[in-house]
Ligand binder design. Structure first.
Ligand code: ARG
Length: 565
């Protein structure tokens, strides 16, 4: 039941369309006022009455029924109380029926959405800077699939550029096959750092690196095989992290994939008269749009990040015929995306409007910022490991005899890092703190996981005592406010998922899960789930439904739920 729609349908009249009414309906901050409210000042102008009078008139037009059991006009607001038992019956039977599918829909069927996320750089550390794009992108990928979209996850690997010439130069000079094989990204990063150190003293190294890069581009067998090896080493390590975070991709077409797809783009730009020369480089002038020029070719003829991104966008449109293509990338790259989106638009690609930069803020650790060149970086792998270790210590302290502590600590520790990166509106800069993220009583994944374990434990206790959850909700006992507040939030899940997708904001799902957990805990402490016979079956069903919703919500974020904690 969509209450907003229902109320809007019944209220719609001249001067106030169904859509306008539905749009205006809000949830009052104080539930004792009502479950929904229509602020009437919006309609007072067209109806030529004061908001108070509008509310009074509308109230006359809306006698209570099976769905809305009470309507009141208060200070220019029309307040609605929904039939509690009706809502509970409908919500619980739907959750029970849909199970793991509850919250999803088929509204995206037939639509394709490309999501460019994580997009790590070869031979560079997978550091905390990639955490947000990976977990936000991964969550959006799952959310869109849950809504029936065909989602294409793309890891636009950073595998192109002079840095690979630098690496080959460094490897040739100081590298050791076995050490690199063993050390992986760390060893490669050390070589890279050493290159920069030595190049400060001997600038000729830079020329050597450029020459090596040219060789990679030209397909020199030895250079290419070294480059491929660096790539394999990186991907092997990175995929361990992807497994931990429950992340997957449908394509790993990175920047080098577009090496032979850029010339047609450059030709088209030239044909359309968009390229101009500026200090030896070929650029598209964007002054009219208040942006610096978008550089397409450098003076030495080499291509740029933007050129490859344009080739990639065109390729994606041709290959996937997307309805939307998202780029989950830090806000530092705002200008880059605005520029190349604009250039595609100027080229006459009407689909440029479907490209979306999903920008997010910085995550940092208390330790401070980092630079790959200097080598003082924090690897994401270490952050996850540390979080799991801390989670283990806490769990071990709270419940030393718990079996399977390692596995539980894995879910808790990894979940805390994911949730920490997802909980806030994505554009905010955040400082990650292990202690805050692992607080059992905070707005954390641990809190939600712990709530799930609590619900599981109630259900298994019931099971042992032979108590069953109700499956027929036609004759429910009257609901108390704790029960009803919980039911209401469970009923909202499909809307929450939809708006998370609409706003590209997985934090909605994260916040929602905390809200549900808080309401469940209030219900758990205030209402005796197993003690009273008349309410037991219903309360067990409510507990079961809560567990399903929380699991689905955390699952969308890539966070697992332990049975016990
Ligand atoms: N590899 C880039 C970085 O780490 C991000 C790439 C984002 N995707 C894109 N199509 N530009 O900064």
């Amino acid at each position: 039941m969509d209450y907003r729609k229902y109320i809007a349908h019944r209220l719609a009249a001249e001067g106030m369309t169904e859509e306008e009414v539905a749009e205006a309906i809000a949830v009052p901050p104080d539930p004792s006022l009502g479950d929904y409210a229509l602020p009437c000042f919006k309609f007072s102008k067209v109806l030529r009455k004061s908001p108070v009078a509008v509310a009074e008139t509308l109230k006359e037009r809306f006698p209570a029924d099976d769905v809305i059991e009470e309507v009141s006009a208060v200070n220019g607001y029309l307040n609605f109380k929904v039939n509690k038992r009706g809502l509970a019956a409908e919500t619980l039977s739907r959750i029970l029926r849909e199970g793991e599918q509850y919250g999803g829909s088929d509204c995206g069927t037939g639509k394709t959405i490309c999501i460019d996320y994580s997009s790590v750089n070869i031979a560079k550390p997978f550091h905390i800077g990639h955490l947000s794009t990976t977990v936000i992108g991964g969550a959006l990928y799952r959310i869109f699939r849950f809504l029936g979209y065909h989602a294409v996850g793309i890891n636009h690997l950073g595998d192109y550029g002079t840095q690979f010439g630098k690496l080959i130069s460094a490897y040739r000079r100081w590298g050791d096959r076995e050490l690199v094989e063993k050390g992986g990204i760390r060893a490669l990063n050390e070589l890279y750092v050493r290159f920069h150190r030595e190049a400060e003293k001997d600038p000729a190294l830079e020329d050597e690196a450029r020459a090596y890069f040219k060789k990679i581009e030209e397909g020199d067998a030895e250079c290419r095989s070294l480059f491929e090896w660096f790539k394999q080493l990186t991907l092997k390590e990175v995929s361990k992290i992807y497994d931990l975070l429950d992340i997957r991709f449908d394509s790993y077409a990175g920047e080098s994939f577009y090496q032979d797809k850029m010339q047609p783009v450059i030709d088209e730009l030239r044909e359309k008269g968009l390229l101009v020369e500026s200090r030896g480089a070929q650029v598209v002038d964007l002054e009219a749009y208040g942006m610096p020029p978008c550089i397409i070719l450098k003076s030495d003829g080499s291509s740029l990040y933007a050129t490859r991104d344009m080739a990639a966008a065109i390729y994606r449109k041709q290959t996937y015929d997307f309805d939307k293509c998202l780029y989950v990338v830090a806000y530092q790259q705002n200008l880059h995306f605005r520029q190349f989106f604009k250039v595609l638009e100027l080229m006459g690609k009407e689909w440029a409007k479907d490209l979306v930069h999903v920008a997010y803020g910085m995550v940092s650790l208390e330790e401070g910022a980092m630079s790959t060149r200097k080598g003082n970086v924090v690897f994401l792998e270490d952050i996850l490991e540390k979080s799991v270790k801390k989670a283990y210590e806490i769990i071990d302290m709270k419940n030393p005899s718990l079996s399977g502590k390692e596995e539980i600590a894995g879910k808790v520790g990894v979940g805390a890092v994911i949730f920490g990166a997802l909980y806030n509106n994505k554009i905010k800069d955040i400082v990650f703190s292990y202690d805050k993220a692992l607080n059992f009583d905070g707005e954390t994944s641990v809190y939600v996981q712990y709530t799930c374990a609590r619900a599981s434990s109630v259900l298994s206790k019931a099971n042992e005592s032979g108590f069953c959850a109700s499956s027929d909700f036609s004759e429910l006992p009257p609901l108390c406010s704790q029960e009803f507040e919980l039911v209401k939030s469970l009923a909202e899940f499909p809307d929450v998922v939809r708006s998370a997708a609409e706003k590209y904001e997985p934090s909605f799902v994260a916040r929602y899960s905390v809200d549900v957990a808080q309401r469940f805990n209030k219900f758990y402490f205030d209402c005796k789930i197993l003690q009273e016979e008349e309410t037991r079956a219903f309360r067990l069903a409510l507990t079961q439904a809560t567990l399903t919703v929380l699991k689905n919500a955390l699952g969308l974020l890539g966070i697992g739920v332990p049975e016990k904690m």
